[in-house]
Write a new protein. Structure first.
Length: 322
């Protein structure tokens, strides 16, 4: 069969599936991100391997590796998907080409306070601005950023392996905090030990995320094993609802909970979490030209951070400026 005939068999879903597998290096996680089952992902990759005529994945005990043929195809697939999405966006937006818009991926530490404040400021001066906020894990958002689905990602710096073709600007640094509901047995203790956590369910970010790695490293360094009663979650509204109903302890990014602490909805546990600090800022495509909406949003965020650094914005919900 000719190369042209093979190309005719290629579908968009084949490329989307390969790119997600390349990002996650795990068929199950890729399936979850694509809303597919693991067998469906395997079948799609098998179809693509037949079209290409090369093996694309090497199955390992803890995931998959890309073959050299897959590495080449992924590079071109990412570029093709990004171009297609940008083209579709331009075509669909043509009647409203003069309207400002921005699509932003936001991790919980930014979505709770800083991003809402920035968007509210923008709407005051640009009432016709259209904003689309996307949530997900750091890895998922970086994939969408590369593919042109979103303009920037707000949150902690991603792992180095996920930053190819991307650029990061640090705004400030923030730690992880241990927080509980008001009235929790640990809320009133002046100096509880880390061992006191073992008596309560512990809420951590989902496995595989950067902040989960930070939390795990902190606990291990303190000689503490993960408790048997463990909840993994990144949805802030779910975790806050859970904390209101039981004596769970949440290991959370400061930005995600600082506003709730100020409102009295949550209490910080007086356990030193030094060593969990991480750079927070925004990530964009390297060499890409930001749209006017994205540029205005970044300017608004920088202004809020600068005001917080000067002490002119009470309860900003952000960490220590860089």
């Amino acid at each position: 069969m000719s190369a042209m005939n093979n190309f005719a068999r290629l579908k968009l879903r084949h490329l989307q599936c390969l790119v997600m597998v390349a990002q996650e290096r795990n068929l199950v996680r890729a399936g979850k991100a694509l809303a597919l089952t693991q067998p469906a992902v395997s079948k799609t990759i098998a179809e693509l391997e037949e079209i290409v005529g090369r093996q694309l994945l090497l199955r390992r005990r803890r995931g998959v590796e890309l073959t050299p043929a897959a590495e080449v195809l992924v590079r071109h697939a990412v570029s093709a998907l990004r171009g297609l999405r940008e083209g579709m966006g331009l075509a669909m937006d043509q009647p409203e080409a003069d309207q400002l818009r921005v699509a932003v991926g936001a991790l919980p530490n930014m979505a709770a306070n800083l991003l809402p404040e920035a968007v509210a400021r923008l709407y005051a001066s640009h009432p016709a601005l259209r904003v689309r906020v996307v949530s997900g894990t750091n890895a998922q958002l970086m994939t969408q950023l590369r593919q042109g689905e979103i303009d920037l990602v707000l949150g902690r710096l991603a792992q180095a392996s996920a930053m190819a073709d991307l650029a990061f600007e640090q705004l400030y640094s923030e730690p992880l905090l241990l927080v509980v509901r008001p009235g929790h047995p640990l809320a009133a203790r002046r100096r509880p030990t880390l061992d006191a956590l073992t008596a309560h369910p512990l809420v951590l970010p989902v496995s595989g995320t950067l902040i989960r790695h930070t939390a795990d490293a902190f606990l291990i360094a303190q000689g503490m094993a993960l408790p048997s009663r463990l909840v993994e979650a990144t949805d802030t509204s779910f975790v806050v609802g859970l904390l209101q109903r039981c004596d769970a302890v949440w290991f959370a990014p400061q930005g995600a909970v600082e506003g709730l602490i100020a409102q009295g909805a949550l209490k910080r546990v007086a356990i030193d979490t030094s060593g969990t600090e991480g750079p927070v800022g925004f990530t964009v495509r390297r060499g890409g030209e930001a749209g006017e909406g994205a540029r205005l949003l970044v300017e608004a965020i920088r202004g809020i951070v600068a005001a917080a650094a000067r002490g002119n914005l009470a309860n900003a919900g952000i960490g220590k400026p860089a």
